[in-house]
Design a protein around this ligand. Structure first.
Ligand code: SF4
Length: 515
């Protein structure tokens, strides 16, 4: 047992639902207790889809357990077929149904359905949502893909985008345009908007673009083995990665590595003088392995940030993140426990977090700005406007998104220089975050208490005391790096057995860590 308040991923059957909902002409019959239909809301509310997911739940209740739940499953299957007439049916069990062992796969075989029934074995107590999506897509491909002739012109499949995927909708558009600029057509996009008939002709493409390894790597490997289709390994998030991606495709296809850069504004924006203040901003990254790895490179090489930590919640990508962390000289954090993530963030005291919806909450609690780079995300990250992460426009979107939560350059100076000021005091925050507006609303023109918000109590075995002068000096440090400075000084003092921190200790520690 594990005490859990937040989970980064849902159970594996939610992953399978993401594949089924992404597709058309496919239906998913899910053996599940009454109440599991909550998952519908993920698609109708968070992603704002305008139709119910193509999922029929058996919704058995406690009183059904005394009788024949298998019978319930069979009739649900037959009714679903009669009502929706899908081209193929996925069958599987949720966590509770897994325990009663009705074997949906075996039962569906005995029903004599006129369309393929694809059984899913999803170990709900060992694996999670991304595994469920990857496995469901793989089983669909394995059952339905047929050996077919390659298209006469060069084409690619875009594989991996699902329902409820972070910016999957717009990444598809961006990559389709990018391939088209190279004279490469798209054969099938799957599972997003694909029908079982589309899956059958996956083999006609010359190669696969693996957009999201989390949801389609197993299928990509299978297609490589069975149909001789190479697949791309570069994730085109960021300018450098997009250029590498184009070169990788050029190598696979023999085409020229042509990238249409007329709309690319990110490199100049981040090189322009107004971005100087971004240099060396200490960032911590957390999310799914793919987005963290891609964004770490963007953060360091394209934004000029200093990456002080990184991690991922999906163990499938642990090796990737461990390797990358080594390259960046930071400790990798592989965990699905948000409390561990919070502790690491507190420890590192970064100036910015690039993470998921969870890290937004953590950032809010700790007063650290955060931009979202990965699922899980909430409704605001399924925006109405065009907002890819991949390709040229993706790089532009990333620049804006990451800069926005930060305090702007001039404001940063004002907040540092006039910290006693009623408008630019430490707790004022960035003007675009609305803190000031709130004060005015309440009829308060000056903060009631001066903004002296540093907690001077220390934890640890030795009781360290900050002398008043040192405390005053500490408050001169801009608030967004003050936590880090405080911690460094205390570590420095503890290591040397210094119990009272004076102004000198503060500056000695500063010199020590600057070395
Ligand atoms: S079956 Fe799984 S998803 Fe459904 S309520 Fe139980 S634990 Fe949650």
């Amino acid at each position: 047992m594990k005490l859990t308040v937040w989970t980064y991923e849902g159970p594996p059957h939610v992953g399978a639902m993401r594949v089924a909902t992404a597709m058309k002409g496919l239906h998913y019959v899910l053996h599940a207790p009454q109440g599991d239909t909550y998952a519908d809301l993920l698609f109708t509310m968070i992603e704002r889809r305008n139709h119910r997911p193509p999922v029929t739940y058996t919704t058995f209740q406690a009183r059904d357990l005394g009788s024949d739940t298998a019978h319930l499953f069979k009739s649900a299957c037959l009714e679903a077929y009669e009502r929706f007439k899908p081209e193929a049916i996925l069958v599987g069990a949720s966590c509770t149904a897994e325990l009663i062992q009705d074997d949906p796969g075996g039962m569906s075989e005995t029903l004599g359905l006129p369309v393929p029934a694809i059984p899913l074995e999803l170990p709900s107590y060992q694996r999670k949502e991304n595994f469920g999506a990857d496995e469901a897509f793989f089983q669909i491909v394995k059952t339905l893909a047929r050996p077919v002739e390659k298209t006469s012109h060069v084409t690619a499949n875009l594989i991996g985008p699902t329902a409820l995927g972070f910016r999957h909708r717009d990444d598809i558009t961006e990559l389709t345009a990018l391939l088209s600029d190279m004279g490469i057509g798209v054969n099938v996009v799957a599972p997003y908007d694909a029908t079982p008939r589309d899956i059958a002709r996956l083999g006609a493409a010359h190669f696969n673009v693996l957009m999201y390894p989390e949801t389609a790597e197993t299928a990509a490997r299978y297609l490589e083995r069975e149909f001789g289709q190479p697949y791309t390994k570069t994730i085109p998030i960021g300018v450098g990665a997009t250029r590498d991606f184009v070169s990788e495709i050029a190598k696979i296809t023999g085409r020229n590595a042509a990238l249409e850069e007329a709309r690319l504004r990110m490199p100049w924006y981040s090189a322009s003088v107004d971005s100087t203040y971004l240099t060396g901003k200490r960032v911590f990254l957390f999310g799914d392995g793919t987005h963290v790895a891609a964004c770490a490179r963007v953060a360091r090489d394209e934004m000029g940030f200093e990456v002080v930590g990184m991690g991922c919640y999906n163990r499938e990508q642990a090796r990737l993140i461990r390797g990358l962390a080594k390259e960046f000289g930071v400790d990798p954090l592989i965990t699905d426990d948000y409390l561990e993530v919070e502790r690491r963030i507190e420890e590192l005291a970064p100036e910015m977090i690039l993470g998921t919806q969870m890290e937004r909450h953590i950032g809010k609690r700790l007063g650290i700005p955060c931009a979202v780079i990965s699922a899980p995300v909430h409704v605001q990250d399924f925006p109405a406007r065009y907002s890819p992460q991949m390709g040229i426009e993706g790089a532009n979107v990333i620049f804006d998104t990451w800069v926005h939560p930060l305090v702007m350059g001039l404001e940063e100076h004002l907040l540092t220089m006039f910290r006693e000021d009623f408008e630019f005091h430490d707790d004022a925050g960035a003007s675009h975050h609305g803190g000031k507006a709130k004060l005015r609303e309440m009829g308060i023109t000056e903060p009631e208490t001066p903004a002296e918000s540093v907690d001077m109590t220390t934890s640890g075995p030795v009781e360290i005391v900050w002398l008043p002068a040192a405390e005053k000096e500490l408050k001169k440090i801009p608030f967004f790096v003050r936590g880090k400075a405080k911690r460094n000084t205390e570590t420095y003092a503890t290591e040397r057995g210094v119990a009272e921190i004076s102004v000198d200790t503060l500056y000695e520690a500063k010199a020590h860590y600057a070395r």
